[in-house]
Ligand binder design. Structure first.
Ligand SMILES: NC(=O)c1ccc[n+]([C@@H]2O[C@H](COP(=O)([O-])OP(=O)(O)OC[C@H]3O[C@@H](n4cnc5c(N)ncnc54)[C@H](O)[C@@H]3O)[C@@H](O)[C@H]2O)c1
Length: 248
């Protein structure tokens, strides 16, 4: 709810104490808006938002997105969800709940407020893809019962909910399918290739080459990803996505 006399937006970022969320917060604050950062600190940490402790336009709410919430905001970015396999497989039932109940809760909130809501989806919705590179019209190849399904299928179901709220309730939605992102504040022990390389290099250990060394990945720097998320949020209402965000 924009205050009648105040042009600033009040922006809710779920998962705001995480790697990407904390960078998004820095950028939105730099544009003069207010931030409500919601996080249960499952993989996120207060260290990522320590520098904002006394910021007059920043507020932190320790809350689990699987429980409903009543706040007044103008825009929502839904990032709450552990992103790396070692984190999301630790409690797979909670991962599905975070994706599905979390989506239901932020969509319900957005519907009540009539505000825009952006979902941080993932390239993992393409599963073990049969085509390369994946375009947004590819439906994916996902195992519904595997160890990664809590994340992949959870994110797919969240996308379904976003598009059903859009079709059924005319809710303004945006869906970003994020590819591998790296940068400051990423988890050093998340088991992913960039963090492994960096930690091994810092410890003067040999760098692990996966497979026969011919594997490829797309890596996007976090500042560029944040740029993409904010530009997507600012698109006209007719633009819903899904939009792939990453590096070629
Ligand atoms: N980092 C990547 O390369 C990447 C790739 C694709 C998609 N994404 C998506 O982007 C988003 C952010 O990823 P990240 O890399 O910053 O991960 P992250 O683990 O650093 O951040 C996720 C944040 O969500 C919080 N969280 C988890 N469950 C929650 C719950 N139930 N209630 C409230 N907060 C909860 C965590 O505490 C953490 O702060 C995620 O939704 C992830 O799926 C990330």
């Amino acid at each position: 709810m924009n205050n009648l006399y105040d042009p600033r937006k009040r922006v809710l970022i779920t998962g705001g104490a995480g790697f990407i969320g904390s960078h998004l917060i820095d950028r939105v604050l730099s544009q003069g808006h207010e931030i409500l950062c919601l996080d249960n600190l499952f993989t996120g940490t207060k260290r990522n938002i320590d520098h904002l402790h006394n910021h007059p336009r920043f507020e932190f709410l320790r809350h689990d997105v699987t429980f409903s919430l009543y706040v007044e905001v103008d825009e929502i970015y839904n990032l709450a969800c552990p992103a790396s396999p070692i984190h999301y497989q630790r409690d797979p039932v909670q991962t599905t709940k975070t994706n599905v109940h979390g989506a239901i809760n932020v969509l319900g909130l957005a519907k009540r407020l009539g505000c825009k809501v952006l979902q941080a989806s993932t390239s993992e919705v393409y599963g073990d893809p049969a085509i390369h590179p994946q375009t947004e019209d590819y439906w994916g190849n996902v195992n519904p019962i595997g160890q990664r399904s809590c994340y992949d299928e959870g994110k797919r179901c969240a996308e379904t909910l976003f598009f059903d709220y859009h079709r059924q309730h005319k809710l303004p939605i945006k869906v970003a399918r994020i590819f591998n992102t790296y940068g400051p504040r990423m988890h050093s022990a998340d088991g992913r290739v960039v963090s492994n390389f960096i930690v091994q290099a810092l410890l003067n250990q040999p760098i692990t080459i996966y497979g026969d060394g011919s594997q490829t990945r797309s890596f996007c720097y976090v500042d560029d990803l944040v740029d993409g998320l904010m530009r997507l949020m600012d698109t006209p209402e007719s633009v819903t996505g899904p939009i792939n965000l990453g590096n070629s």
